[in-house]
Write a protein that binds this ligand. Structure first.
Ligand code: ZN
Length: 98
């Protein structure tokens, strides 16, 4: 069994538990096999979506848009920075898997 540390997010501003990674310069592709048609195509039957490339622009709270920043006040735009931010501000828990 492997031990993993799992962090949960809590927005310092609004308490929301969900945050989002904002990517820029992404190529997104979506697979589908069928579409619904009236006069126009209404709803492709999307199977899955994948993204390719892209750079992290920022991490932010999904509800209020609070942007994660490091101690120097710089916007966090990489996973290392995110990890450090969570070390200080996240809530860590240990889970077991495998
Ligand atoms: Zn928030």
């Amino acid at each position: 069994m492997a031990e993993e540390i799992q962090f949960t997010f809590k927005c310092p501003q609004c308490g929301c538990a969900t945050f989002e990674e904002i990517l820029v310069n992404v190529t997104q592709s979506t697979a589908f096999e069928r579409v619904n048609c009236d006069e126009d195509i209404t709803e492709p039957d999307y199977q899955n979506t994948s993204t390719d490339g892209g750079e992290i622009a920022r991490y932010q709270c999904q509800r209020c848009g609070f942007i994660l920043k490091d101690e120097q006040g710089q916007t966090i735009a990489n996973t290392q920075g995110l990890r450090q931010w969570l070390d200080k501000n996240g809530q860590a828990g240990v889970t077991f898997s495998g």
